[in-house]
Design a protein around this ligand. Sequence first.
Ligand code: G4P
Length: 194
Amino acid sequence: MQLLKDRIRKDGKVGAGNVLKVDSFLNHQMDIQLFDQFGKEFKKRFADKEINKILTIEASGIGIACVVAQSFNVPVLFAKKTKTKNIAGEVYTSRVESFTHGRIYDIIVAKEFLGKGDKVLLIDDFLANGAALEGLIDLVKDSGAELVGAGIIIEKGFQGGGDRLREAGIRVESLAIVDSMDDEKGTIVFRGDE
Ligand code: G4P
């Protein structure tokens, strides 16, 4: 999505350790007009699919998913992160091991909000190694809902999570795929660019 790539080039900051900071418009301060364009783009890309629920994960995914959901006119469910394993029977739970942040946490959603008959689109801001997305996929599988695909705003292609999921047969649509970054020069190369 050219609009997003241009915005990343303009306002994104390449930090040490291959971290892309997009706090000014995506995951701290939020540009809602831009989010609305994301929604329209995902609606186009998934036009051939029936979707009746969007699932995301706290925290940064929630704002984006809410605006995107307006293009689909469906509810948004967000997985909650918890430090302690929730063994109550009323939730689906999955373990996420984040390499980026070097921590392990459980994510949960209440069984009453996800199940058979749901056709789920996953939405998240970043896809790096893919641990968070894999956790969400596990929740969907456990619930008996149908996984339609995943809509990602920025995929860090060089970390491989997206390609691994595609190879596993999951439809992953990313609006911008970063193939490489240079924190000294501040340059970013997107997949598909010359
Ligand atoms: P992982 O397997 O390496 O943990 O990667 P994953 O794709 O699951 O992403 C883990 C977390 O790291 C996500 O946030 C994601 O948004 C964030 N992240 C990864 N790379 C970058 C980056 O280059 N820039 C920014 N800004 N974030 C990045 P999270 O743990 O779900 O937390 P939250 O921010 O949603 O609260």
